[in-house]
Ligand binder design. Structure first.
Ligand code: SF4
Length: 336
């Protein structure tokens, strides 16, 4: 008798099976029950959401695992800390049309969806009013009209949430509409999915990205070398084969990557799989995540150590977004 053929799980199936209950997390990773009450309280404020391919890279029973720390709801999230707010980047002041953020000259950011495959506890958009920025057909037409009317806009950034949670059919249609605007030349996609759920980088997606006349850049988001397994390497390989430039942005997080050994290993591993380290962001002071904060003095010290041991092209730019400024603010330059 033939045994049934095992089909590979699709990204949609994996996405529908994310773990959202602290009990299930504790069972899956053999964690102590003592964390349960705090995990429930914190996830009532910001839902816990973790896909299985991410969980499988976490060491069982280790509460200090750097991948677990990024997703585990902790009691500290409920502490009120002065200076940590709901909208640390004041994005709601740069929201001229629903679903679109226009902060910087020449480029606009489109919130394709509020959904993510993973809920990162430090996310600066954890309080963003996604429901008010839902992208229906009318809103999309307003966005197309806004971009068409401003010839200075040459780049569109797909953001979210995570834009690659959208279906291929939707992404294909949105790109087709944007291609009709002659002054657009680049499409940037900010997504954590190639790292968190690398199965998302399907042949159908890469063929859409390869066929557009727009120059495509994907900025992935990886904070720790342990995130970059063989499946992530394969996903990046497919993106590069489709002529997509792949950059990484990381966030400097206490207890996750606040060491030059880890940051150097991250840069090396990224480069080995075809990704250039681009930005290392200092953490945005979002309410509920103060325990991840690393002071600027320490961040600059880490950059000095990185510069001493890596070639320049592997040293990410240490930056912060300061509300109201026309570009990211670099926090470290050679003379510092
Ligand atoms: S994937 Fe990005 S947008 Fe989604 S929760 Fe994580 S940091 Fe926030």
């Amino acid at each position: 008798m033939h045994s049934p053929i095992q089909l590979p799980e699709t990204w949609q199936t994996l996405l529908s099976q994310t773990i959202e209950s602290p009990e299930a997390l504790i069972r899956y990773l053999q964690l102590p029950e003592t964390i349960l009450q705090d995990a429930h309280r914190a996830s009532a404020e910001f839902t816990m959401r973790i896909p299985r391919p991410w969980l499988d890279r976490i060491e069982k029973g280790n509460l200090d695992d750097p991948l677990l720390r990024q997703v585990l709801p902790l009691g500290e999230e409920l502490n009120e800390v002065a200076g940590f707010t709901q909208d640390p980047l004041e994005e709601l002041h740069s929201n001229p049309v629903d679903g679109l953020i226009h902060k910087y000259k020449g480029r606009v950011l489109i919130i394709l969806t509020g959904a993510c495959a993973i809920n990162c506890r430090y996310c600066f958009r954890r309080h963003f009013p996604y429901a008010e920025n839902r992208l229906g057909p009318a809103q999309w037409q307003n966005i197309i009209d806004y971009i068409s009317a401003d010839k200075s806009i040459t780049e569109v950034i797909f953001s979210g949430g995570d834009p690659l949670v959208s279906s291929d059919a939707r992404i294909k249609q949105l790109i087709a509409d944007l291609e009709q605007i002659p002054h657009l030349t680049r499409l940037r996609i900010h997504s954590r999915l190639p790292v968190v759920l690398p199965q998302r980088v399907t042949a159908s997606l890469t063929s859409i990205l390869q066929q557009t006349r727009l120059n495509v850049v994907t900025v992935i988001h990886s904070n720790h070398p342990q995130e970059l397994d063989d499946q992530v390497a394969t996903a990046i390989h497919h993106l590069r084969q489709a002529n997509v430039t792949v950059l990484n942005q990381a966030v400097l997080l206490r207890g996750v990557n606040d060491s030059s050994d880890i940051l150097a290993a991250l840069s090396e591993k990224l480069f080995n799989i075809g990704v250039l380290p681009y930005y290392l962001f200092t953490f945005d002071p979002v309410k509920g995540a103060a325990h991840f904060d690393v002071p600027d003095t320490e961040a600059k010290q880490l950059m000095r150590q990185l510069q001493d041991r890596l070639p320049g092209y592997l040293v990410p730019r240490l930056a912060r977004e300061i509300p109201g400024r026309g570009a990211k603010t670099l926090l470290f330059i050679d003379q510092d």
